[in-house]
Design a protein around this ligand. Sequence first.
Ligand SMILES: [Zn+2]
Length: 460
Amino acid sequence: MIRILTRLLAGGTALIVPALAMATSAVAAMEPIRTDGMPIPMPKPDLALLYPAETVNMTLPVPRPDPQTILPRATRTVAEMYLQQTDTQTGEDKLYILKSGEGIGKLLRRAGYEATDVAAAVEAVSGRASLRSLPVGLDVRVTPDGFAFTTRNGRDIFAIDDPEEGWIAFSAIRPVERYLSYAQGVIDDSIYRAAAANDIPDDALAEYVRVMGFSVDFQREIRSGDAFELLYEQQIDQISGKKIATKLHYAGLMLSGSQLGFYRYDHEGSRVGWYDRDGNSAARTLIRTPISGARLSSSYGMRKHPISGYNRMHKGVDFAAATGTPIIAAGSGVVTQAGWYGSYGRYIRIRHNSTYDTAYAHMSRLARGISPGRRVEQGQVIGYVGSSGRSTGPHLHYEILVNNRKVNPMTVSLPTGEKIPAEMLADFNTKVELVEAEVLATGSVRFAAMELLPSERGVN
Ligand SMILES: [Zn+2]
């Protein structure tokens, strides 16, 4: 059973359905979800229903001056913008596609512009956009008195031949609406199945699994009855109607008895960190299961060797998986061995730091470029499952070494990544409180006042 509550983040029409009122009696974060009688069927956040067809009267809350208040809003057509700016009609938009080797000037000539107009228009636009880096295939909407295109950072550049001022160019903000959704549910067998059946966006789920994957092995540790919750945001371009981004804000999981909750924090630039409520990073230096969709076929410890028949120590874990299944680096580090290694077959060893190494054996092949001395990042594909060396079938033999001693990868305690920097703690705590308020009282409007998109500020 899953429920998803979606609402428009700011401005526009609230999308809370009446049924919501019954469902939101302050479900505590990570409290197991109970059914009182029939589960309440919640509407799915069908994108087609989520955004209003008309984009009028969209007022975003503006807690501080930002480009939203300075720049005009993009219109659907150049003709509309022309009318809005000059009170004069122009012809309808026609679509031209930038060809290879063609600049904006040549395209405008192709569209029938006079040379003098082309020169003045290009001059005006060059102050707004880097005309050299316009991609081949760019859509340019052209009218007799103006044109527009969308830049890579999602802004529209309009250029119009103003009857009084001549050619002017300016950026305009494409109207984007943000929808916040809260989903929680009990896992019957697989979180993927549970999420897929309920339209949780793939990118939100992928991020959820990535964040939780440091602490939890989704193939083995999840039991029936475990509960998950997500708070995510979807951004819809109101002109194209397309989803332009999904952002997971909170990931929670309740495993029999223990609770995990991680909060997103956007650092300067585009770096995203995930932390528990005390500011400890969700990331671990090593991933316990460097392969997805595999079955643990042999654990660490004494066992009868499948080939020799003797009892001996198995100093790693085996994951059975189809030949060719990608294997990822459990952590960032430097490759110290890559190639054939006796009974291990095709083998890779990575040194992560002065304490930890990991090793991967029986591969069918190594990923391109993997060789001793090469630096790899956590999550990077380093090779593919096979049955090379002394092996009875396709599987990954995986080892974690602590000070060169092989340990049990499933139980060894692994260091966490860094804590949130002290100077960001106050800001982070504010975010935690807002997320928790939202999770506790799904459907409240408190989140709306919060600026979730620092990357949008000051970007022009
Ligand atoms: Zn093994």
